[in-house]
Design a protein around this ligand. Structure first.
Ligand code: NAD
Length: 269
């Protein structure tokens, strides 16, 4: 058992917020604060009850500094704007580490996060599952072994409520493939195939997204030549995998110096 942490959870009543509270309490950590929109129907619900546990005597707040007042680690799975405004509020609080699961950041927003990492340890990952971390390592290896005559495409499917596309995980896998080929993703990313002029160029990485019902997360990386096709696929069966990965990241990050880290750093891969 690791030392119990004092955690604050952003977006406590969200799909991931509830799961994060559940996983944190199950691992023996304390939830010392949380945020949620004032107009969320469950905004006034006790945080333990939100996650199917006994009441812990705390409810979410709207003010980040108040929610973070006693926290060592802030865990944020919300939206890019909400995450960025929280990062600006931590100066002078007890927050030593921030775990960011939010996806859909623009390049400028990602650069802003990097600046905040000079004062606090930040672990940011488009996917906190162990299986996807392994998949990403396999994709990097395959892309580096196979030349540009092999095309790489990434397929992803999620639930109907998901806002951003391609998913953060699809972009993370694409970045691993690009890295395997020694190119920055921005140089090789193909826009989603659409319209009369969508033909791919050699070496580009393509994307396809679907938003159907309640799918938690499916990602498939296809690497194909004219004569062979490799398919590497991961399916998330329960949101718990992301929450458990994020809590594990929190346990690791609290002991790290300021800096920007990824899930591979947490797992030592
Ligand atoms: P969700 O919409 O269910 O939850 C977001 C919560 O944030 C909602 O309850 C919403 O009311 C709340 N919120 C909005 N504005 C707020 C504010 N100003 N202050 C406090 N709370 C606020 O979404 P979700 O499915 O839980 O996903 C959240 C994010 O996490 C998305 O970006 C998603 O892509 C990402 N995600 C990442 C991983 C990963 O492993 N990295 C896994 C799953 C989801």
């Amino acid at each position: 058992m690791t030392t119990p942490l004092s955690l604050a959870i952003a977006g406590a009543a969200g799909r991931m917020g509830r799961q994060l509270i559940d996983s944190a309490l199950t691992r023996g950590h304390a939830i010392v604060g949380a945020t949620e929109r004032a107009d969320h129907p469950d905004a006034a619900c006790d945080l333990g009850v939100l996650a199917g546990h006994a009441a812990i005597g705390r409810v979410a707040q709207t003010d980040v500094r108040a929610a973070a007042a006693d926290a060592g680690v802030w865990i944020d799975f919300t939206t890019p704007d909400v995450t960025l405004s929280a990062l600006k509020a931590f100066t002078g609080t007890s927050v030593k580490a921030v775990i960011i699961g939010t996806t859909g950041f623009t390049p400028d927003q990602a650069a802003e996060i990097e600046q905040h990492a000079s004062t606090v340890a930040i672990v940011k990952a488009g996917n906190f599952s162990l299986g996807v971390a392994v998949l990403s390592a396999l994709v990097r290896q395959a892309a580096s072994a196979l030349g540009e005559e092999w095309d790489i495409d990434i397929f992803e499917a999620h639930h109907r409520h998901k806002v951003d596309a391609p998913s953060g995980t699809a972009l993370m896998l694409a970045a691993a493939a690009a890295d395997g080929r020694g190119a920055p993703l921005s140089d090789v990313q193909h826009a989603p195939y659409d319209g009369p002029d969508a033909k791919r160029a050699p070496g580009q990485i393509g994307f396809a997204s679907s938003r159907t019902g309640g799918i938690i997360g499916e990602h498939e990386v296809r690497i194909g030549s004219e004569t062979e096709l490799i398919s590497l696929k991961h399916t998330a069966l329960d949101r718990r995998v992301f929450a458990e990965g994020a809590i594990r990241a929190a346990e690791w990050a609290v002991a790290q110096p300021p800096g920007l880290y990824g899930i591979h750093d947490v797992l030592g891969m």
